[in-house]
Design a binder for this molecule. Sequence first.
Ligand code: ADP
Ligand code: MG
Length: 683
Amino acid sequence: MLSESEGYDLLKGYGVPVPSYRIVMTPHDAADAAETIGFPVVMKIISPQIVHKSDAGGVVVGVGSREAAVAAFEKIITGAKKYNNDAEITGVIVEQQAEPGLELIIGGKTDPAFGKVITFGMGGTLVELMKDITLRIMPLDEGTIRQMIQEIDGYPLIKGYRGMKPKDEEALVSTLMSVNRFFLESENVAEFDINPLRLYENGALAVDARVIVSDKPVHEVKEERPPVPMEYFNPRSIAVVGASQDSNKMGYAVMHNLLHFPGQLYPVNNKRSEIQGLKAYPSISAIQAPVDLAVITVPAIHVPRVIEECGTKGVPMVIIITAGFKEMGEHGKALEDRIVSIARSHGVRIIGPNCLGMIIPPRGIDTTYVHQSPRPGNIAFISQSGAIINTVVDMSLAKNIGFSAVISVGNQADLDFLDYIRFVGKDEKTKAIILYIEQITDGKAFMEVAAEVAKCKPIIAIKSGSSTRGQAAASSHTGSLSGSYEVYMEAFRNAGIIAVHTLTGAFLAAQMLAHRKRYPKGKRAVVITNAGGFAVLSSDYAERYGIEMVDLPSEVIDELNEFLPEFWNKGNPIDLLGDASEKRFEKTFAVLARHPELWDMAFIVGFPNLVLTSEQLARQILKFSASTENRLVATLLGGDSMNVGREMLKEHDIPSFDELDYTYRVVGRVLWQKFRVKAPGLL
Ligand code: ADP
Ligand code: MG
């Protein structure tokens, strides 16, 4: 940790306003320095071991005379000794006392995954209590800096609140720009904070500076690896090394799930000549024909030999299901490094180890040991947890959700999230991508690839480890440290990834965005329903989740008046009343379709009754959807009586949620990503 004065000098060099100061070693010098600077002054302890000076009684403000300076000096030294007798005291800093002002904090830290980030928010001693902080991954431009300032809850205090004069926002912008440049250019600075930065009606002043330097490289960047050709994910022949006849073994389950594979399947087992009805081979090299993919389930200790053999045979890619590598500590890490280097020397690519491999339902590939293979569909799911894959696949069967791909990344010794995201990004069957992430090693590269793919396909992510305990669990689980949750959230938003925190939420968002029209073009909504109660709830939920209900202009009301019952509510939500027939919905939809510029999305909320079947309602929704480029979101509430309608909509990729709150929550989350709406609901 640099001393406060060293911090001031560094910052000053970049144009950050700091107080004038002197460093003194004796009470007498303190009095002289105070006089030179001009009373009153602030005096503080300088010690590399004392990080929070106030806690050590190491800050005296309002020193107004020579005598007071002498007394303050004694008090600071005694206080510091009492606080930590071993602390090395290198002096006392005497500095110009700043006028009271709005106390802000500007900080920086180095995230293990994403590199340097800058934080900004309400500062002072209550910073941990208020937690009014925003952050961005570097580098920042001026627009981003302005956005950060306006985004904190305390912004009204800067802009001027209730008769208070506005503070100097421009001085704040320029200070943040200077700090940004300082952090960017100071390679050895790993962390810093300026708390407080005092902001005035005119100008600003940093009255504390804590800078931590490090000579270690601050974050690891994974070496570049060649891209993985798409056809590697479309093998024509698969060998299972360690295939088994014993139903208690992994090699049995993997073989079993691959029996539907339409290409060539070769069990490899040196003890049997037949496995699950197929001719078995004693080794990979004994197979005469080419092998496009080898799935390895033998114990870790045999894996290097198998990879060597695959290399010699010219197998381009292997999936290592076997565990017992990096996740097991030093010894396992060494074994993992060995298989990577063997594979590399032969140009063999690796999925895993310690993974389930992949399921590509449209191609009949399933190298996992899930209970039952999932159905083909348009969602790709890439997960760092095998158990979550098993769970999600099982759930998907009951909920009639299908997949274009399910991939278990394991230890990511070679192929990692980036390769899989690239693959499903290009894969024609995939319409939406869900990620379950524990940690990422090269955050910057991840953001680049994800941002590229997210331009044409929605990416939804669950990131675990938001709790302090969760972070500890994740690091022991994967053998490397997680970056902090907030940095991930910011990275996701930057890359266009929608962050959710439940599996249900992830699938709801994916189903909504898998539609051709994807995102609503804005946040203005109309609601059409035949249920008065749900009309009111719709307004409540819309407001809660940042969705804007538009006012209908009088010409639209007039058009609706022509066929709606006299006493309809004449507003948005449009309540068509409980006796609304199919015809009434049809005519209303036609009016809205004629005015697409008034709204960005339409929520249609139906409930079970005898006047209107779910089939009739779904038919009109589909017709409406075909007649407009705006997004429709349906909610057919109720029990099984609505299933016919729900299925009709689903066939056309229009999801129908079965809880109204969820409808608005999902849309709110999606809008949060696109338009940075404030306080979206958790999903
Ligand atoms: P700490 O190590 O405890 O963060 P600081 O240097 O931030 O110590 O001092 C504690 C508080 O004293 C600051 O939050 C600020 O309110 C006040 N203070 C410190 N330096 C000055 C100064 N030069 N002028 C006015 N007030 C100051
Ligand atoms: Mg401070």
